[in-house]
Design a protein around this ligand. Structure first.
Ligand SMILES: [Zn+2]
Length: 323
């Protein structure tokens, strides 16, 4: 049975069980008085979870008039082509930079394969092309009307150049994709404080752009953040301040290590240590004594450190080229 969490304000969080892993990637159904919207499809292999959740909540397929993805990475949008066959009335909101890669996913598939490897690609499922006439550019300031409910598109480059967030005017909540970091609900509950990390993957991450986007988000009086990885959390302002602080420390560390030999490896270790120390748990096999889903969260927190480091270093070069 798929895990569905009914949130306040007529929003349902669905565990997409990305590549069979519960608690890693969420999609959200949002109800207006006329239409429904699905935010984030996840990869194609998550389609069954979405369909099961729609049936359980009582959403007829033709009521889903909008689908949005925060960016075109495979774990967020790989299933858009699959889901648009089921939700055949839905308009598809994608950042203009991502649209051509949804219509012809050849480069997206190649880039995903390079980033994730063949085994994970199998687990993600096939990226199907999206019909051009279904796609709408998710431009900054666009309003999406679900009847009485309006969602706003905010362009938020940084994690990738093709990243947008969706702001819900009813709950003052933000569907943040990967821009505001990755949130770990079980660790947060265990430690009684929010645990998160910035998402800075190579090759798309741009640190200067993420700082600008996060500073912009922090200007709004947001209530909640609906993380794709993973789940709803509040208070938004505190969560944003945390991720802004972590990002600034990591960018500073990247500058410190940049000129050294083995900069990538050293920075990867430093990022991992920073995150592990934040937990107050020892770095090595920190998850061993905890239950499995907590252990998974610790792996999800610490394992991407090397790729985060690569993204931080690549970003320094991008930012240098700008000046
Ligand atoms: Zn992601």
């Amino acid at each position: 049975m798929v895990e569905i969490t009914e949130l306040k304000g007529d929003i349902w969080q669905v565990d997409l069980e990305e590549r069979g892993e519960p608690g890693s990637t969420a999609g959200y159904f949002i109800k207006g008085d006329r239409d429904w919207m699905l935010l984030e499809t996840g990869p194609a292999s998550s389609a069954e979870n979405i369909l099961e959740a729609a049936a359980h909540i009582g959403i007829a397929h033709q009521q889903v008039k909008h689908m949005g993805v925060t960016h075109i990475h495979i774990d967020h949008a790989g299933g858009l082509g699959t889901m648009c066959c089921y939700f055949s009335e839905a308009k598809l909101w994608v950042h203009p930079r991502g649209i051509k890669h949804m219509i012809d996913p050849t480069r997206l598939i190649a880039g995903s394969r390079a980033a994730h490897g063949e085994k994970k690609m199998q687990q993600f499922g096939e990226i199907l092309p999206v019909p051009e006439n279904r796609l709408t550019p998710a431009l900054d300031g666009c309003n999406i009307h679900l009847g009485d409910r309006v969602l706003e598109v905010w362009e938020t480059p940084g994690h990738a150049r093709h990243h947008v967030c969706f702001y819900d005017t009813i709950t003052r909540g933000l569907f943040s994709g990967d821009e505001a970091g990755v949130y770990f609900p079980r660790l947060s509950k265990l430690l009684n404080r929010p645990v998160l990390r910035p998402s800075t993957p190579a090759p798309d991450f741009d640190g200067a752009l993420m700082q600008q986007s996060l500073n912009r988000l922090a200007l709004y009086e947001l209530e909640a953040i609906y993380y794709t990885h993973f789940g709803a959390a509040a208070p938004a302002q505190f969560l944003l301040e945390l991720v802004i602080g972590q990002l600034s420390i990591q960018m500073h560390m990247a500058k410190t290590y940049q000129a050294e030999q083995d900069a990538l490896q050293k920075l990867g270790i430093a990022v991992r240590q920073q995150l592990a120390q934040g937990l107050g748990l020892p770095t090595a096999r920190a998850g061993e004594k905890l239950d499995q889903r907590l252990g998974n969260e610790i792996d999800l927190l610490l394992e991407p450190s090397q790729n985060s480091a690569a993204g931080l270093l690549v970003s320094l070069n991008k930012n240098n080229n700008l000046h």
